[in-house]
Write a protein that binds this ligand. Structure first.
Ligand SMILES: [Zn+2]
Length: 365
């Protein structure tokens, strides 16, 4: 999108707020390299149009307190849906990226109309009582597979057992604009790539995915297969992977590895490592394999690595053990500041794919 003059300035201000959250006029001037009078007049116009609002005062270090300004949270809304083989994850977001409603429903995927009809019903149940539906921009849908966004085709999904599957029917049933994205890419988008510039996202879900962001945009590769870290060989001749090969990273580092020992859910497993010696040993092994994968990614990309997915949400409390293991394999780095914990512990893919609609708000200026 190319804007000139004042429109470009407004675009940059809104884009900064979408990526960085609430801010101040002084910070906008500094970060966007604008004069204070330019910031003031543009912010005033954005306030008049209802897109931007004052949000209180910044903590001051002396002198007059600066006003905190940011996006008007109820200006627009978006829904995000994460489709997996066994679940449907749903979020309702406001323009500030805050989750207003969230649901995870156990629902086996199938391609009958009834599946999508139920999805539409569940979405309505979440947004209808909460928001003015005229302010709803659309539904973002994340899927575990390779997506051709232009043609709206799911090119291939191992997890859903689909190939060249048309997604057009979904938007007819939902009767709302729909945006599709691969689940790991969507989780990366939840982190606001323009803020991150360069980074790698490791999605440790029931299957292992990844995404790469370069210069603030997703790098998808020649065949939209960039970031398929789950199928890099970690142990030659090792455990069988669902893709058919042996020794893939997925068979060692996916969240499902931890829940196979009779533990129904990951939170049960994580609780059991406190007391159960067998679970503790499994967790140790898991971290060992994850450390190899992480150090390989760091060697390949030399960027921040975001630990996401179901396991990523728990790793925050285990960074010391993980770090100790990584140091065995990586002699280049003196610290682990490149390892980041994900911003959304749950439903990151649904959040990321919903957020994409907020860029459309820019078109209203
Ligand atoms: Zn594999």
């Amino acid at each position: 999108m190319s804007y000139s003059g004042r429109k470009a300035t407004k675009y940059n201000i809104l884009s900064y707020m979408l990526n960085h959250g609430d801010t101040s006029k002084v910070e906008l001037a500094k970060q966007l390299n604008l004069s204070m009078p330019t910031v003031l007049s543009n912010v005033n116009e954005l306030m008049e149009s209802g897109l931007v609002t004052e949000k209180g005062e910044l903590e001051s270090t002396g002198g007059r307190k600066a006003a905190l300004i940011g996006l008007q949270s109820d200006y627009r809304y978006a829904l995000g849906v994460d489709i997996t083989a066994n679940h449907l994850g749903i979020v309702l977001l406001n323009l500030c990226g805050e989750i207003l409603g969230q649901e995870r429903i156990r629902m086996k995927f199938h391609t009958d109309l009834s599946y999508y009809a139920r999805m539409a019903e569940e979405l309505r149940r979440i947004y209808a009582p909460q928001i003015d539906s005229g302010k709803l921009l659309g539904v973002g849908i994340s899927l575990p597979g390779i997506i051709n966004q232009k043609e709206k085709i799911l090119v291939k999904s191992h997890a859903l057992n689909l190939e060249n599957y048309s997604l057009k029917m979904i938007e007819q049933i939902l009767a709302l604009p729909v945006y599709y994205e691969n689940d790991a890419n969507a989780a990366m988008l939840a982190e606001n790539p323009q803020r991150l510039k360069n980074s790698v996202y490791l999605s440790l879900n029931s299957t292992l995915g990844g995404a790469v962001c370069m210069n603030g945009t997703l790098f998808t590769g020649q065949n939209r297969r960039a970031g398929e870290f789950g199928h890099m060989i970690l142990v030659p001749g090792g455990r069988k992977c669902y893709c058919g090969k042996c020794g893939c990273a997925d068979a060692y580092c996916a969240a499902s590895v931890l829940t196979q020992g009779g533990k129904e859910k990951l939170d049960e497993f994580m609780e059991s490592i406190q007391t159960d010696a067998k679970a503790m040993k499994e967790w140790e092994e898991y971290l060992e394999n994850l450390a190899i994968l992480i150090s390989n990614l760091r060697m390949s990309y030399d960027t921040d690595i975001i630990l996401g997915g179901e396991v990523g949400g728990y790793l925050q409390d285990h960074m010391v053990e993980l770090g100790r293991k990584i140091f065995q394999y990586n002699l280049f780095d003196d610290d682990l500041s490149y390892l980041k914990n994900c911003s959304y512990r749950r439903e990151a893919s649904a959040v990321g794919v919903a957020k994409q609609f907020f860029w459309k708000v820019m078109e209203t200026i």
